[in-house]
Design a protein around this ligand. Structure first.
Ligand code: ZN
Ligand code: ZN
Length: 157
């Protein structure tokens, strides 16, 4: 397999993962698996890990298996999917855990219209503590008004 094809599969997987994460969040985490997602919305005091973290584990399993299959049996397109899932997981971790919720203090606070838009969309998602009637279930792409507002705010600085 030549590298442009590999990159296309890798990139497509990354994009599809945003869709998968959105659907999982909206229909499953705020649906029949709310019991696992609830502690991300209503966080018990002094609790470091959340049940919600299990979802990260859930996505890392297929990623690991695809990369393993590629290295054992030389199936590059499976590897491309595996690395695409892994890259998305890394991006999600950076945006959601590090930048928005600051569970790990790796980098200083941001001053950037893109990150601010993601942050305000996700904070609005968290403003609802219940299973139903939440908004903004996506992570790396949020709806246009958030970007517009953040863009304007940043231009004024
Ligand atoms: Zn949620
Ligand atoms: Zn969150």
């Amino acid at each position: 397999m030549d590298w442009p094809a590999w990159l296309i599969i890798f990139g497509a997987t990354f994009v599809l993962m945003e869709l998968a994460a959105w659907a999982l969040h909206k229909y499953v985490m705020h649906g029949f698996l709310w019991s696992l997602h609830r502690d991300h919305h209503v966080k018990p005091k002094n609790q470091k890990w959340e049940r919600n973290d299990l979802f990260a584990l859930f996505f890392s399993i297929p990623s690991f298996l695809f990369i393993l299959a590629d290295s054992l049996w030389k199936i590059p397109w499976l590897g491309a999917i595996g690395f695409g899932i892994m890259a998305y997981g890394g991006a999600y971790f950076l945006i959601h855990e590090v930048i928005i919720h600051r569970r790990v203090k790796l980098i200083p606070r941001f001053n950037n219209w893109y990150l601010e838009a993601l942050n305000s969309a996700h904070k609005l998602h968290h403003s609802n503590l219940e299973k139903y009637n939440s908004v903004s279930f996506s992570m790396l792409v949020v709806s246009l008004p958030y970007f517009k507002k953040a863009w304007r705010r940043n231009r004024k600085r």
